[in-house]
Design a protein around this ligand. Structure first.
Ligand SMILES: [Zn+2]
Length: 374
């Protein structure tokens, strides 16, 4: 079997089964390790977690989360598997605990969608302080609602694509494009069938992760968190995305971790991000605990305007298809395939890059943070 097929699974159930089987290996180092399965939503979907405290003192914990964006969980689960195979032996179980989470959005992972069964982008659902959400948060979105909201069955895909392309290009030469990008970062909290919906209330997955974040901040002196995603950044490369609440600037982070691609974001540009929330809880409620928390993305479409257009088109069409359907089977397949190309491509080159770039990211962060010892 080729290496990528060992790590990158094709169905949610296969991936979950593989994750559950890691427990035996982890127990060899942490006999106290336990696995829990939290059921989420109406189907047989679960968030699975392997957790172990350090054997002597809870100096630090290594925390991996995957599948916050459903379909992106396949690559994330592959990273956890790779980590268990290749890096477990380099960790001191006496001072280091471990917390690995499979599929924060299990419904999305099972159905190859990014969002939850309530159409919620989980990474727009973590609001620490409701006051910080501007009253006009939905304004940019409303202006472009033509673009973002599904309207009728897809009868002619070529026509839909032309319409989208015209809207985006028009927006680009006016101020509209800025608004579109803002709408993406801020999410929206009004249109339940629209893209980038942050939800009207807290999702069960959010409640679950918040409780784990607090538990780790309370039980350990330091928490090292890597949240695994796909799509953003240069193709076939890893990009670290980190909240400005980390306090360090981009150059500092680049030279400290020796990583090529790093993006900072602020609470003013992105609302409801789970790592941003994590930093906020640390600062407000656990000021003595040390926290490193960032997202790690495996790039697909790449960067630049062309890639950006393709991303918008893919996100909008997939959402449109989900709610309204398409008359032609080929159109339906084209859209679903394009969506997979964006978040979990079949391309062998990309699949290999997930493994090699994951090694790079794991080593950059966990060696620098002294979790790994050679
Ligand atoms: Zn993501």
């Amino acid at each position: 079997m080729i290496e990528t097929d060992i790590y990158l699974k094709s169905t949610y159930e296969e991936s979950r089964e593989s994750f559950r089987s890691h427990l035996d290996k982890i127990k060899e180092k942490w006999p106290n390790a336990v696995i829990t399965s939290k059921s989420i939503g109406k189907e047989e979907n679960t968030i699975d977690m392997i957790y172990a405290e350090a054997l002597t003192t809870n100096k630090q914990v290594l925390f991996f989360t995957t599948g916050e964006h459903g379909i992106e969980g396949y690559a994330g689960a592959g990273v956890i598997h790779l980590f268990v195979e290749e890096y477990l032996d380099q960790i001191d179980p006496h001072t280091t605990g471990i917390c690995l989470i499979h599929a924060l959005n299990p419904w999305g992972m099972r159905h190859f969608r990014r969002v939850t069964e309530n159409n919620v982008d989980l990474n727009r659902n973590y609001i620490y302080d409701k006051q910080s959400v501007p009253k006009d948060i939905n304004e940019n979105y409303s202006k472009e609602s033509d673009l973002f909201l599904p309207n009728g069955k897809i009868n002619d895909l070529q026509q839909e694509k032309r319409k989208l392309y015209t809207q985006l290009s028009k927006a680009l030469v006016t101020t509209g494009y800025d608004g579109i990008k803002k709408a993406k970062g801020m999410g929206q909290f009004e249109f339940e069938r629209g893209v980038y919906f942050g939800g009207r209330r807290e999702e069960p997955s959010t409640t679950f992760l918040k409780s784990i974040q607090k538990k780790l901040l309370a039980n350990f002196n330091r928490v090292i968190h890597m949240d695994w995603h796909t799509a953003l950044g240069p193709s076939n490369e890893i990009t670290m995305v980190i909240s400005n609440l980390d306090q360090r600037d981009e150059d500092e982070l680049k030279s400290y971790y020796q990583l090529k691609n790093i993006q900072l974001f602020t609470g003013e540009k992105v609302k409801g991000d789970s790592t941003h929330y994590f930093h906020k809880v640390k600062t407000e409620e656990f000021p003595d605990t040390e926290l490193f928390s960032a997202l790690f993305e495996f790039g697909t479409f790449g960067t630049g305007k062309k890639a950006e257009f393709r991303e918008f088109q893919t996100i909008v069409l997939e959402n449109h298809l989900y709610w309204e359907g398409a008359s032609n089977e080929e159109d339906r397949e084209w859209i679903l395939n394009e969506f997979k190309e964006m978040f979990y491509p079949d391309n062998p080159h990309w699949r290999e890059s997930v493994i090699t770039e994951a090694r790079l990211g794991i080593e950059a962060i966990l060696s620098t943070e002294k979790i790994l010892h050679k």
